[in-house]
Write a protein that binds this ligand. Structure first.
Ligand SMILES: Nc1ncnc2c1ncn2[C@@H]1O[C@H](COP(=O)(O)OP(=O)(O)OP(=O)(O)O)[C@@H](O)[C@H]1O
Length: 496
């Protein structure tokens, strides 16, 4: 909704400060959110966006500063208190009982909780239809994709009376269609005079969803933009301390030799899928939810049961039935599931970043050299921490993911499979991941990339395979495709 200078301010944040374990994260944040406005909040990983939202939503208090809600002094005592004040926070890492149906999940809190399922089903159907979301209210939460649940989490706010809705990276793995649905929900909310704080690292998406964009740098809002007048580069320049380099088109490293040859792969819903990955190649995979695209990588990584006519790796016939089979061949799989990052949250940051993993029998000189390398890695990856000995769980979501990716990408693997690797990463970190990927393929190693971010698919893959209804419907060089063609593949009937 377009707002003017006369539009009332719903939330005023005035000089808010917060430290975590002596690390001064927020250093006097000032930010106004007007009624009926979407404010995009952007900033590097670990800059304090979620910390600020946690203070607004009542997870913990600020150390200093004030907030005003509808002109009245406001302090959230806890989540429930914030909710009664009309504030609702949706995070990417929400947890819902997997045994609930979608209808039960949508109405799991509030006055309708516990009503007979038939009643909930009808209400949920009505709510979802109203915003054009084609999800089945009877589906079991445990069988749904996190992105579908994220969309339902956003939609359920429409049935509540929240005045300020905070969406903290809810759409990090949304495909084009899901992102459009989320945009529709934010528009519906603001038309009703409600306000939204929208946090995302997908800068183009923030520009299209938000009215105004606030950039958090060094613990303060350093710049505010009107979303009508800017490009992603303006935001990236404002949020990154070092100027980031817009990627040039990737240098191809594809070699004639085939590394992986899949022939006649079947795994529900896939039927008779064949594909090959050359040495030095990045093969992109894209398809709507339930198209089978995830099952292709799941099968190659040994994560799901599958049958093959033949499977050849490095010119030898092989079988892959378990993750250990895949690992033995030199295949690494970076999952899109947040709880399968492969890092130990209670491990120290230093130990987690050591090349080849930590060993207790290191002599003093080796340990010092290893720690030096860790410090260099921290600086390169721009991971924010006060102490090398701090536990991984104290890192921001994006910084945690950098640690996990670093572990995957520094191991010497023949084929790395990356499923949504850039979710939650800031624009600078995305560039570094892809630089590492280019170094990997330059050595004749290969990669399969699954991402809902079509810009990245086009920029970073040599070929893209489009999957629909359990089959590969087209494989083409990335240079022959554009976003529209991929969007058409995504919006095919199978997505409904
Ligand atoms: N519970 C905590 N204990 C200790 N430190 C924390 C805690 N929560 C956050 N931090 C630290 O506060 C800083 C800001 O983290 P926050 O999660 O707010 O960043 P963010 O901007 O949301 O990052 P991202 O984009 O990666 O999600 C980070 O350095 C993080 O390590």
């Amino acid at each position: 909704m377009a707002t003017s200078t006369e539009t009332p301010i719903l939330l005023r944040i005035d000089g808010v400060e917060k430290s975590h374990n002596g690390h001064r994260v927020l250093q006097g944040v000032h930010l106004d959110v007007k009624a009926g406005e979407v404010v995009g909040l952007v900033g590097e990983n670990g800059v304090g966006k979620s910390t600020l939202m946690s203070i607004i939503a009542g997870d913990y208090p600020s150390d200093a500063g004030e907030m005003f809600l509808g002109g009245e002094a406001y302090t959230a005592l806890d989540h429930d208190h914030a909710r009664t004040q009309g504030i609702r926070l949706i995070r990417q890492d929400f947890r819902i009982d997997p045994n609930l149906t979608l209808a039960q999940a949508i109405f799991r809190s509030g006055p309708m909780a516990g009503l007979p399922h038939e009643q909930l089903r009808r209400q949920a159907q009505h709510l979802l239809r109203d915003v054009g979301i084609t999800l089945n209210p009877d589906a079991r939460v445990g069988d749904m994709h996190r992105s579908e649940l994220g969309l339902a989490e956003a939609a359920r706010v429409l049935a509540e009376d929240a005045q300020l809705v905070i969406m903290d990276e809810v759409g990090a793995t949304f495909n084009v269609r899901e992102a459009q649905d989320l945009h529709f929900i934010t528009t519906r909310l603001t038309r009703q005079g409600r306000s939204v704080i929208y946090i995302s690292h997908r800068l183009r998406e923030v520009i299209s969803v938000a009215d105004r964009i606030a950039v958090l740098v060094g613990g303060r809002v350093s710049k505010e933009f009107n979303a009508d007048d800017i490009t992603p580069d303006h935001i990236a320049d404002a949020m990154l301390s070092q100027r980031y380099q817009e990627s040039a088109s990737r240098e191809g490293h594809v070699r004639p030799e085939v590394l992986l040859e899949v022939d006649g792969l079947s795994a529900e819903p896939l039927e008779d899928v064949s594909l090959s990955v050359h040495r030095g190649e990045v093969l992109g995979l894209v398809g709507p939810r339930r198209s089978g695209v995830n099952q292709i990588v799941g099968a190659v990584a040994g994560e799901i049961p599958a049958t093959w006519r033949t499977l050849t790796f490095d010119n030898k016939p092989v079988t892959i039935q378990t993750p250990a089979d895949a690992a033995a061949l030199g295949i690494a799989y970076f999952s899109d599931e947040a709880d399968e990052l492969g890092i130990t949250e209670s491990e120290s940051i230093a130990r987690s970043l050591m090349t080849g993993g930590w060993r207790d029998d290191l002599d003093f000189a080796t340990e010092v050299a290893a720690l030096r390398e860790v410090i260099e890695t921290l600086q390169q990856l721009r991971i924010r921490t006060k102490s090398l000995q701090a536990e991984v769980k104290t890192l921001s979501g994006g910084d945690k993911q950098k640690v996990a990716l670093h572990q995957w990408m520094t191991e010497d693997r023949e084929l790395i499979i990356l499923n949504e690797p850039t979710r939650g990463l800031d624009v600078g970190a995305r560039r570094r991941i892809f630089k590492t990927l280019a170094e990997h393929t330059a050595k004749g190693k290969s990669a399969i990339l699954l991402t809902s971010n079509t810009t990245e698919l086009l920029e970073w893959c040599d070929r893209i395979a489009m999957v629909r209804d359990g089959r590969i419907v087209r494989i083409a060089p990335a240079g022959d495709l554009d976003e529209d063609e991929i969007a058409i593949a995504m919006s095919a009937r199978a997505a409904l």
